[in-house]
Ligand binder design. Structure first.
Ligand SMILES: [Zn+2]
Length: 432
């Protein structure tokens, strides 16, 4: 109803050519001491944004203040675009990652996922890509739709339904008695034909994109990383062809993303033309070159690895986790030097929703400048999710997804933990 009134008001003002007023319209002016110029990696001082409905009308050091506009003065803070997390699991929460998918019903998990979406939004994440509902099928589509219709608060979402995996593969219930028929957290597909069939079923269920487990269990021993591939390059190519058939080209947010930790699976995925390689602990020189050339993003997911090491069941497992993270951090430096484009993805879910800005701190700790980490999050994240040119910057015509933090995130990335203001689509969800 509100939408209709807003639409009419805009139409009337446009037709009449009269000076537009903010009556009956949601026009907001945001003012703060600073504003992030994302692409330039620098501060605009002071920062102001004029928001009309769901879009940014103007942004700079000074914007017009239309009569009747609500002016929100955020004081000594920095305005920046809403953060983007390219690897989340709304359908996972802290606790035994595997047993929750066995014990909790899909309706129960869906309600919990709605809470996770809210927690992420309130922490400043206004756009996310959900990398698998982990056995909840296309229930994630219901969450996305409820967010989009305003029923529940949450980020703009790209959903994949379940991930796709082999029989006995990475996400299958391989530690359980097969006779008990414990279900995989993913959808089974063992051939190219089966992958395409599952993709079609997921699209019918409302999926935006496809997640495939390209590597199975891996191990790190004596400084050597071992990773087992799951699908051949030809099988992945069939998946990508199917995604492209339904509009899943580069930058569409509708392609194929893989869980892939190392070679040869990472190389197969890149050769086939995936949108992103998530985890990416180890990439060969040839794979890194191809990722730079094709602009395929690596999504490091350091935060989940840190959390698992910090919460390991035994000191030995904690130590192994830390050694693996150290190895990944060294590989990450090589990837940066090779020009592999990065996107930010935390793998939040098994660790608490709303705490995933930790991932940006770790990207900085392991070698990126704060400005470069923010560009990876915002510019690359927007493109990876298929919203390039619409989110990730504070520019005229972009969606009004805006947050505010104290301090200067290009000097101290940890201020992203203290998001005090959240606007998504022009609507204020959190204010000081
Ligand atoms: Zn994940």
């Amino acid at each position: 109803m509100k939408k209709v009134i807003f639409g009419l008001a805009v139409g009337f003002a446009g037709v009449s050519g009269m000076a537009q007023t903010a009556v009956n319209r949601h026009v907001v002016v945001l003012h703060a001491a600073r504003m992030l110029d994302v692409a330039g990696g620098k501060m605009v001082v002071p920062g102001e944004i004029l928001v009309d409905g769901e879009r940014i009308v103007a942004a700079g050091t000074h914007v017009d203040r239309p009569a009747g506009a609500e002016v929100i003065d955020l004081g000594d803070t920095t305005l920046l675009p809403g953060l983007i997390d390219a690897h989340v699991h709304l359908f996972l929460h802290v606790g035994a990652e595997d047993m929750q998918t066995v014990k909790e019903s899909v309706p129960e998990r869906t309600l919990i996922a709605a809470g996770a979406a809210k927690a992420d939004l309130m922490a400043g994440f206004t756009a996310e890509r959900d990398m698998g509902s982990e056995g909840a099928g296309c229930a994630d589509v219901a969450v996305r739709n409820a967010i989009n219709t305003g029923l529940i608060p949450g980020p703009r979402m790209r959903m994949s339904c379940n991930a796709i995996d082999l029989t006995g593969g990475h996400e299958d219930a391989i530690d359980y008695n097969p006779a008990q028929k414990i279900l995989s957290n993913a959808d089974y597909a063992d051939t190219a034909e089966e992958v395409v069939k599952v993709m079609r079923e997921q699209r019918k269920g409302g999926a935006d994109f496809t997640k495939i487990y390209e590597t199975g269990r891996d191990s790190y021993r004596d400084g050597v990383f071992h990773s087992m591939y799951q699908y051949t390059e030809a099988e992945l190519a069939a998946a990508i062809k199917e995604a492209e058939r339904t509009g899943g080209g580069a930058g569409s947010g509708r392609g194929v993303a893989v869980h892939a930790t190392g070679e040869p699976g990472t190389g197969y995925a890149v050769a086939a033309g995936v949108a992103s390689v998530d985890h990416a602990y180890q990439l060969s020189d040839a794979t890194m070159r191809a990722m730079k050339e094709k602009q395929i993003y690596a999504v490091p997911t350091f935060a989940i690895a840190e959390y698992f090491a910090d919460h390991a069941a035994t000191p030995e497992r904690a130590e192994r986790g830390r050694a693996e993270q150290k190895f990944h951090a060294a590989e990450f430096k090589k990837q940066l030097a090779a020009g592999v484009p990065m996107a930010m993805g935390s793998d939040v879910g098994p660790f608490p929703h709303g705490t995933q800005s930790r991932e940006l701190e770790l990207m900085v700790q392991y070698g990126m400048s704060p400005a470069a980490a923010l560009q990876a999050d915002l510019l690359n994240g927007a493109k990876l999710l298929g919203w390039g040119g619409q989110i990730g910057e504070l520019k005229q015509g972009y969606f009004a997804d805006v947050i505010a933090v104290p301090g200067d995130p290009t000097q101290d990335i940890s201020v992203l933990k203290k998001v005090g203001f959240v606007m998504k689509n022009g609507q204020v969800y959190k204010r000081p």
